[in-house]
Design a protein around this ligand. Structure first.
Ligand SMILES: C[S@@+](CC[C@H](N)C(=O)[O-])C[C@H]1O[C@@H](n2cnc3c(N)ncnc32)[C@H](O)[C@@H]1O
Length: 459
């Protein structure tokens, strides 16, 4: 076997023109066809770069001098945002971010799903694409001997202290600042993940977009949190919107942020919010879309795609606390929801009752198992809505869906790659993929939500 020629070497300086962006938002510049991935580099830009790593098929480089500037470059960029992973696309103007996401989705459908003819509609964006997040999960670490809150430097667990998180609601930023000052005052020890010592690991803040209610979650390594009553009292004094303070205990040496045990230190154990006119209770561990106004656009798109009729029976699989099922319940005869986390199912039932929705039932269990049971009981759906986690649908689940044979399937996804893989299986199993709509719930980042519409091919 001949050894592959690599035209650059580590520490070499080369000139490149940026031709494209990777799905992670890195610029791609080529030397004799060999791609170098470069941070903070945009298509059309000419630059001199330093090669940091030269692998067999691609390498990494960093810009030394930019000789020309893309028309899509934002004039002012923040060094902190470049150093951390908070907002990897913040240097690209928003219109170009939306076009980038549409193109990435179309490429993925072609490459992974072998579905080049499926129309991918222009990404639906936000009017004001900053400070949109209703939830923050902020690590707490010691930096230069002081307890700090911030964000991890890219590809590391080194904390970069930050006060303006850019994509979070500003009240959340202020809340984090106050909580940081209060826990410092009471000498709470920050977590050290190398030694697995210290106590406070993360500060999580959730805020109801419409209600303004705030929940603070203090994630600790130990059960004991000294002075928690004084800490709670001072948090509420400084941030009166706080209606709930929870201690979440995570004793394990892990990157998973939350542990299993919650204790309510102050107020309620939930906050309330609204989506498409219905109210929801959200607990510390529940899944809830982080961009409320765009979640409404996402769910409304799913409802519009489905074109429900009043006789329709609908299944909402991976239903969480019932947000999609309850948003569409008014349009249909009956909706069945299934979700694996029993607490979320309990929330979904409560949410149905508090919104006087009487035609929605929820079952706890794995979608694949519950579907098997429903198929054997003769329960069918005219329309199936699925909204799985990033890993997409289980192949066994897809087999049960093909048996149940709903007329339409509306697939909501946060991962173009697994969506493309699963759409291929449906397309091979008698479904026509009509269209895919990207909705931008995560401006300034490379993530995007998608709604795909499929209809059963009768013959
Ligand atoms: C992307 S969230 C969507 C939740 C909800 N549809 C919403 O919009 O708020 C995915 C949900 O799938 C649930 N889940 C994960 N694996 C599951 C499985 N095998 N069966 C049923 N639900 C599952 C998760 O607990 C989570 O609530």
């Amino acid at each position: 076997m001949t050894k592959k020629h690599i035209p650059v070497a580590k520490n070499q300086t080369v000139d490149v023109v940026i031709e494209d962006l990777t799905h992670e938002g890195l610029g791609v510049g080529k030397v004799d066809g060999y791609p170098l991935f470069i941070e903070n580099a945009l298509p059309t830009e000419k630059m001199t770069v330093l090669v940091l790593k030269a692998g067999r098929t691609f390498g990494y480089a960093k810009c030394l001098t930019r000789h020309s500037t893309s028309k899509d470059r934002v004039p002012e960029t923040s060094d902190v945002l470049i150093r951390t992973g908070i907002a990897p696309l913040h240097h690209l103007v928003y219109e170009a971010q939306l076009a980038f996401k549409q193109k990435q989705v179309a490429n993925t459908l072609t490459r992974i799903g072998k579905l080049p003819d499926v129309p991918v509609l222009p990404t639906i964006g936000m009017e004001n694409p900053v400070a949109y997040r209703n939830k923050a999960q902020i690590p707490v670490r010691k930096v230069n001997g002081i307890l700090e809150t911030g964000f991890f430097r890219k590809n590391s667990h080194d904390l970069v202290p930050i006060t303006d998180f850019f994509i979070q609601n500003k009240t959340i930023d202020t809340t984090i600042h106050h909580v940081k000052e209060i826990v410092k005052k009471y000498q709470v020890k920050p977590y050290d993940e190398t030694e697995h010592t210290g106590n406070l690991r993360h500060i999580i803040v959730r805020r109801g977009h419409y209600s303004g209610e705030i929940m603070v979650v203090l994630v600790t390594r130990k059960e004991k949190l000294f002075n928690h009553d004084k800490i709670s009292r001072e948090i509420v004094e400084r941030v009166p919107e706080v209606v709930s303070i929870i201690q979440n205990i995570n004793p394990r040496q892990t990157n998973v942020i939350m542990g299993k045990e919650n204790r309510t230190l102050y107020g309620k154990d939930v906050i309330e919010d609204m989506l498409l006119g219905k109210t929801y209770q959200i607990s510390a561990n529940s899944f809830y879309q982080v961009n409320t106004s765009q979640a409404e656009v996402l769910y409304q798109t799913a409802i519009d795609f489905a074109e429900f009729t009043p006789d329709d029976i609908v299944v909402d699989a991976y239903c969480g606390i019932g947000t999609i099922a309850l948003s569409l319940a008014d349009y249909v005869k009956k909706v069945y929801g299934v979700e694996v986390i029993p607490e979320a199912v309990a929330d979904a039932r409560k949410n149905a009752a508090r919104n006087q929705v009487t035609n929605a039932v929820f079952e706890a269990g794995k979608a694949e198992t519950v579907f098997d049971k429903w198929v054997s009981e003769g329960i069918t759906a005219d329309v199936l809505v699925v909204d799985p986690p990033r890993k997409g649908l289980d192949a066994g689940f897809i087999a049960h869906v093909l048996e149940m044979a709903p007329k339409k399937i509306v697939y909501i996804s946060c991962n173009p790659a697994t969506l493309a893989r699963d759409l291929r299986l449906f397309a091979d199993g008698a479904y026509h993929v009509a269209k895919v709509q990207p909705v931008d719930l995560f401006p300034q980042t490379t993530h995007v939500e998608l709604v795909a519409l499929m209809s059963r091919v009768e013959d």
